[in-house]
Design a protein around this ligand. Sequence first.
Ligand code: NA7
Length: 542
Amino acid sequence: DGSAPVRELDALVIGAGVSGMYALHRLRGMGLSVRVYDRAGEVGGTWWWNRYPGARVDYPGGPFYCYTFSEELVRAWDWVERQPDQPAVLSYLNHVADTFDLRRDIQLHTTVQSARFDEAAQRWSVETSDGERISAQFLIAAVGTLSAPNKPDIPGLDAFAGEVFHTGNWPQEEQVEFAGKRVGVIGTGSSGVQVIPHVAREADHLTVFQRTPQFALPARNQPLDADLVRDSKENWAEVRRQIKEYGRPLSMVPSTRSVHEDSEEERLQVFEEAWQQGGLALRECYRDLLTDPVANGYVADFVRAKIRETVTDPEVAAKLMPDYYFATKRQVMDEGYFETYNRDDVTLVDLRTEPIETFTADGVRTATGEYPLDVLVLATGYDAITGALRRINPVGRDGLALEDKWATGSRTYLGLSVVGFPNLFMFHGPESPSVMFHQFFGTESQGDWIATCIGHMREHGLATIEPVPEAEAAWGAEVQARANRTLYPQTDSWFTGANIPGKPREFVVYIGGPQYHQHLHEMAANGYDGFVFAPARTGAGS
Ligand code: NA7
């Protein structure tokens, strides 16, 4: 209608987290006009939103949980702990934004409200919550894998008169006080397991509402070894090469030994050593724990025995027994989680035997009990992997909405593009390795691929790129085939969409790890197999 001027961009990036910042840095460096939009009040994505007490990297990544592309950046930052906490990661990401002067092209407090591909112009038309209209050749979704909070649909929740907080939308300014209060926590995933011991220490009383018990492993977080930090900085090119080839530094690569090569006695000793070592050691001490049900049963029994040893009340311990395949949900790491249930001021409610009937103004009523609460913490997770982009719901060619395209399955080509959505690129989309690979390296690899592809298009005067249906179907089949060789798809988890009512149940993470990144760059070198390009239409606006 011509009321507001339209801002013209080469690339619009949604999200100022790890991926969005890299996209800005990389594409701006090629001379493109790029702008990043984020609804948050600062850069940092997930590390800005998740400031609940206990939030930290749930991977013993130590000095390797960072961007890998710049040796200078690596040398300029000192990590302190094996599992950095949320304030440390957020400071790091702010440091990155300053180092590369990113903020001047990042617009905060701004939600992308709609995005529609304009076929005549061969460009994306975008509207923000400020009413700004933008026309961009490329739309880059760096919206996060775990960024669309899942608020459970429990009767009466809105009638609850106390305070309610979701771990992924924690108050930014105000300090949440638990002292002297009766607190309830719903959810025992990574976030719940991290926050629960903290709340227990502060609150008058804590009630945990557990739907599915966890095979949590002791994190045994510790200060980083100074020699390791120095060596990795001095040999960063080699560290980076190892991450590319194995998905992690060589010192952290899983064992190639089968559990069946060892006697029961040897096996238990291996498990015990891995348990003492902490972190992911137990998941990685044999190669077949995630593919062989018998092997998985051994380690699952081992962890269940540890839980029984730790929790003094056998009835409480029984409620904490996981009864699915070990490590087939995203692995949870804890610091004193099971010990928390030995406290007199902590109650565990097993929702499998005692479901919530309703919330009331004063608390929760289950089939057999009343639990008065002042504060409720929802550690109920996310509409993962696809949720954030589905909520924006871009509309592609022929009026096809992403919500409809993905209604029966989240099909993509290479986890970064979608048939019907020209010039849309996703970071860590469905059918990419996303959380199953070094996140920063994964971002850089995808970001470099996108940059190279855009460079190729500019060089050849091409206006649009889109995958072909055959390539998309074949990619989906490959992702499924790989997953089906493991035990992962057999467990309900956010990897499968099973945590969100009505979401298609499918395992949408590519688990081949490093092969994904090799494949990406090879297919680019081979002329972008599986994609079609179109030249600029005469008369198309730009
Ligand atoms: P998760 O891992 O999805 O955990 C959410 C938890 O909340 C999990 O225990 C769920 O049980 C539980 N949940 C979800 N909905 C409900 C309802 N309606 N009633 C009761 N309990 C419910 O999310 P997190 O935030 O902990 O972790 C996300 C990722 O962040 C994590 O994997 C790391 O990568 C970092 P369920 O298991 O679905 O039965």
